[in-house]
Ligand binder design. Structure first.
Ligand code: MG
Length: 157
């Protein structure tokens, strides 16, 4: 049995917030705004995992109106989501993801991000692909207003 899931998320870039992607804090003058730590990549992967088993979205599981998730560590939420997936007998076949950001340059951090996500999912970093792209200064992400991320996951049983 295989199932595929798709995730998409966006968060606004603002001053006085840390920039956290896949659980890794990236040095930058701005960070992502959100109720939780606003880790846009981890949110995207959680949505893909949930989507693969038709379990709703992260908004259903961790409402942003719930004070319990204020500044929440998204890696802990990812751990919870993955526990749900494994309870249903599935494991990750592979993940492919892309972060869309004009700034900062993410290439130097890609390996650390992949490793960080893989460690929470207890899988080899080889199956957690993380890529980054600019949008050639087009659109909100190109103007540095925010960062977007997309992911697909394959689950196997
Ligand atoms: Mg989000």
């Amino acid at each position: 049995m295989i199932r595929i899931g798709l995730g998409y998320d966006a968060h606004r870039l603002v001053e006085n917030r840390p920039l956290i992607l896949g659980g890794v804090t990236i040095p930058h003058t701005k960070g992502l705004l959100g109720h939780s730590d606003a880790d846009v990549l981890t949110h995207t992967i959680m949505d893909a995992l949930l989507g693969a088993l038709n379990l709703g979205s992260i908004g259903d599981h961790f409402p942003d109106t719930d004070p319990a998730y204020k500044n929440a560590d998204s890696m802990l939420l990812l751990k919870e989501v993955y526990a749900l997936i494994t309870t249903k007998g599935y494991k990750v076949g592979n993940i492919d993801s892309v972060i869309m950001a004009q700034q900062p340059k993410l290439k130097p951090h890609i390996a650390a991000i992949s490793k960080s996500l893989a460690s929470v999912l207890n899988v080899d970093p080889d199956i957690v692909s993380v890529k980054a792209t600019t949008t050639e200064k087009m659109g909100p992400e190109g103007r540095g207003e925010g960062i977007y991320a997309q992911a697909v996951v394959l689950l196997t049983k």
